[in-house]
Write a protein that binds this ligand. Sequence first.
Ligand SMILES: NC(=O)c1ccc[n+]([C@@H]2O[C@H](COP(=O)([O-])OP(=O)(O)OC[C@H]3O[C@@H](n4cnc5c(N)ncnc54)[C@H](O)[C@@H]3O)[C@@H](O)[C@H]2O)c1
Length: 276
Amino acid sequence: MAMQARLAGKRALITGGGAGLGAQMARRFHEEGAEVLVNDLHLETAEAVAKEVGGSALAADVSDSGAVGAMFERIGSEFGRLDVLVNNAGIGVEGNPELTKNFNQRLARQAEEAMSGGPIETHLDFTVELSDEDWLRMLAVHLNGTFFCSREALKLMNPQNSGCIINLGSIMGTAGGAGLAHYCAAKGGILAFTRSLAREVVSRGIRVNALAPGFIETAMTSSLVEARPLIEGATPMGRLGEPDDIAWAAVYLASDEAKFVTGQTLSPNGGYHMSQ
Ligand SMILES: NC(=O)c1ccc[n+]([C@@H]2O[C@H](COP(=O)([O-])OP(=O)(O)OC[C@H]3O[C@@H](n4cnc5c(N)ncnc54)[C@H](O)[C@@H]3O)[C@@H](O)[C@H]2O)c1
């Protein structure tokens, strides 16, 4: 018997869907029968993936409340209902070359000192050097963006009394990561936001869950050069994951197969961080 497409009849918005994990989710969602709306910062980036999956492109900076409001107004008027929101848009430290270089070099040097029996003379000293601008931008994209998009999506989902929100956390949100305090704080906040919202909207038949990926091969992790062997060494599977490892988890959470799943964090991570 032919298998039913798992997302047939569902319309999904994926933020930051123009690259990396979001783009792969868009492909798998499309294969599973969903109509996909692809958001990204720039229209051309979103359009390339939207074209691939026969969906629609929507440009908006998720950290901009006004731009998010306008995007959802368009979704409401042009498309009507929304079944799935994936809050995936995000940034790492790759946009800051100086910080990235220091991050790699200091981590690698400190690990060498530790492996050769010490003493540890290289200190990471990232938080003490972190600018207001870098801190605020990180929280704005991840945490504000997740809130702004969820709030606007609920304006469509509440009257439907159905829907599903998937937020991108990270293992960094629970395990922590030296030199990434701003990223980890944002991701930890997203995990707490997920649980709170899940309790709040359960009576409306809306499910809210998080994905907490381990290290996955995308543009975001391509800047981890000297730090890469350390990450592989700390991962029981000995390697980084593939975007599909996250895309399939998103398909599951978005599907009716996950109808009893809410407030959860699903973490494909190669064993880097084990829980429950
Ligand atoms: N790659 C990993 O190892 C990893 C691990 C854990 C969590 N994550 C999370 O997964 C999500 C996707 O990461 P990725 O690795 O695919 O990154 P990526 O850099 O490959 O893609 C991110 C996409 O988000 C878009 N984007 C960035 N800021 C935006 C904004 N303000 N508004 C709209 N779009 C914006 C970018 O243009 C890009 O297309 C992020 O939230 C990231 O923190 C990634």
